[in-house]
Design a protein around this ligand. Structure first.
Ligand SMILES: [Zn+2]
Length: 230
């Protein structure tokens, strides 16, 4: 059975690399569903699907949802018609054992991860991006950046004059911890996909538009290769 041309993509990158922004743009540009793991997990729980019910039991107890349940949620989604031509996965896998388990599941479904895209950003840049974020105390969806998107008046929200604060997640020590976890657990994934010959680097220091354009180039090349039967 000749394999259908599919684009089953994984987005990799440290916190602050802009993966989420790119995932959302790509889903519009290429009409591939974008699965941010946290979002599809919550959706499965809300819809009460088979694996959603399993996930809910762990969440209700305040436990971490085990890998096999998360993989079950992913499998449920990618077997829907919307993911027939492919999908974009973000937030999973985060470790090599998770990647191996995902590959195993994909094999059972007679599919495979076809490409991993790493949005590469230096640690200094991550600290600059996340550390400069200021969030409105009155409405946390009002977000500023001291350097890239400053409020008109320092420390005050333009929209409702709420006080701008540094969220716990954006404090220097917390950023350093998140980066250390990324380095230890997620970075080996880069080698894992590189060894399989499906890793693409994108320089994440560029603007979101430039990063998007670069990813477009990668995907366009892949599509062309598939059409030519490579
Ligand atoms: Zn505000």
């Amino acid at each position: 059975m000749p394999g259908l041309p599919e684009l089953n993509l994984i987005l990799l990158g440290p916190p602050g690399s802009g993966k989420g922004t790119q995932g959302e743009r790509l889903q519009e540009d290429f009409r591939l569903p974008y699965y941010a793991t946290g979002d599809i997990l919550r959706a499965a729980v809300k819809e009460g699907t088979e694996v959603g019910k399993q996930a809910k039991e762990f969440m209700d107890r305040g436990d971490l949802v085990p890998d096999e349940v998360i993989i079950g949620v992913i499998a449920e989604r990618i077997q829907q018609a919307e993911a027939e031509d492919g999908f974009i996965l973000d937030g999973f896998p985060r470790t090599v054992p998770q990647a191996e388990a995902l590959d195993q599941k994909m094999k059972e479904l007679r599919r495979e991860i076809t490409e991993a895209i790493l949005i590469d950003v230096s640690e200094d840049e991550v600290v600059r991006r996340l550390g400069g974020r200021r969030t409105c105390e009155a409405n946390p969806s009002h977000i500023y950046h001291v350097e890239f998107d400053p409020p008109k008046k320092e420390g005050v929200c333009d929209l409702d004059e709420g006080k701008l604060i540094v969220r716990d997640d954006d404090k220097p020590d917390v950023i350093k911890n998140r980066l250390a976890t990324y380095r230890e657990k997620t970075e080996p994934l880069v080698d894992y996909y590189d060894e399989r010959g499906i890793l693409n680097h994108v320089d994440g220091k560029q603007s979101p538009d430039e990063v998007e354009e670069r990813i477009h180039g990668i995907i366009a090349t892949l599509r062309r290769e598939e059409e030519e039967g490579m």
